[in-house]
Design a binder for this molecule. Structure first.
Ligand code: DX5
Ligand code: ZN
Length: 223
């Protein structure tokens, strides 16, 4: 049984102390660092991009999990890989040629992730699931940190887990948005493998302890 992974989301960090915040993640039990790229087109907000990623790459000792909330992500796959991405996740809704984009990511040397907005059904992945390393189930509408978790994510995660098992896919299920100590256990029981946590970690009194607590949950999915 594989242990779940914790990926603190840098979007919720204090950017006036970016090096310290990354150091905190380096010291912690976190597995990945989640990096949200927003373009003001696919989502109504703009965050950070390639040059900041290059700096983050130099400071982070953890693999960087890049979540591209951008239109035409295929134009930037190689650039994000070069800037330091270990996992590159694109939105299914932004990719008319999803199969091609998944292979493009793998050829770049990164692990390939596909994200689904809350309204996007999991069956959109039926014909590509065996090629994907990670499915990011959005549990909020992407664009902002600190939003309320959408509970429909739980049955959706179970459904996706069934699809992954029946197709012999190795894809990890990542949950992104509104994740914290209050819902981590039910998400793991539903089949989650990676928990992204922004405000629940960086907004906590003791972020390192929160990461430890998120990591310590034992609820394992029953195959
Ligand atoms: C939302 C982003 C998330 C966000 C999560 O569009 O994709 O990764 O940073 O933040 P919290 O955990 O605060 O909801
Ligand atoms: Zn994200």
């Amino acid at each position: 049984m594989r242990k779940h992974l914790i990926a603190p989301s840098l979007l919720a960090a204090d950017f006036t102390r970016l090096a310290e915040e990354i150091d905190l993640v380096n010291r912690s039990e976190a597995d990945w660092l989640h990096y949200d790229v927003m373009d003001g087109r696919f989502v109504p907000n703009i965050s950070f991009g390639l040059v900041i990623l290059e700096a983050v790459r130099k400071m982070s000792t953890k693999p960087i999990d890049v979540h591209l909330m951008i239109v035409e992500p295929e134009k930037y796959v190689e650039a994000f890989r070069k800037a330091g991405a270990d996992v590159i996740t694109v939105h299914a809704e932004a990719c008319p040629h999803l199969h091609r984009t998944i292979h493009q990511i793998k050829e770049s040397g990164a692990k390939a992730g596909v994200a689904l907005n809350p309204h996007t059904p999991v069956n959109i992945l039926e014909n590509v699931i065996e090629h994907i390393d990670l499915v990011c189930v959005m549990s909020v509408n992407p664009g902002f940190g600190g939003q309320k978790f959408i509970y429909q994510t739980l049955p959706k995660t179970r459904q996706l887990k069934e699809m992954i098992i029946s197709s012999n896919s190795q894809a990890l299920i990542e949950i992104d948005g509104g994740v914290g100590l209050h819902n981590a256990e039910s998400l793991l029981q539903a089949g989650a493998d990676v928990l992204v946590a922004g405000n629940s970690v960086f907004g906590a009194k003791d972020p390192e302890a929160t990461i430890r607590q998120l990591k310590a949950f034992e609820a394992v999915f029953d195959y």
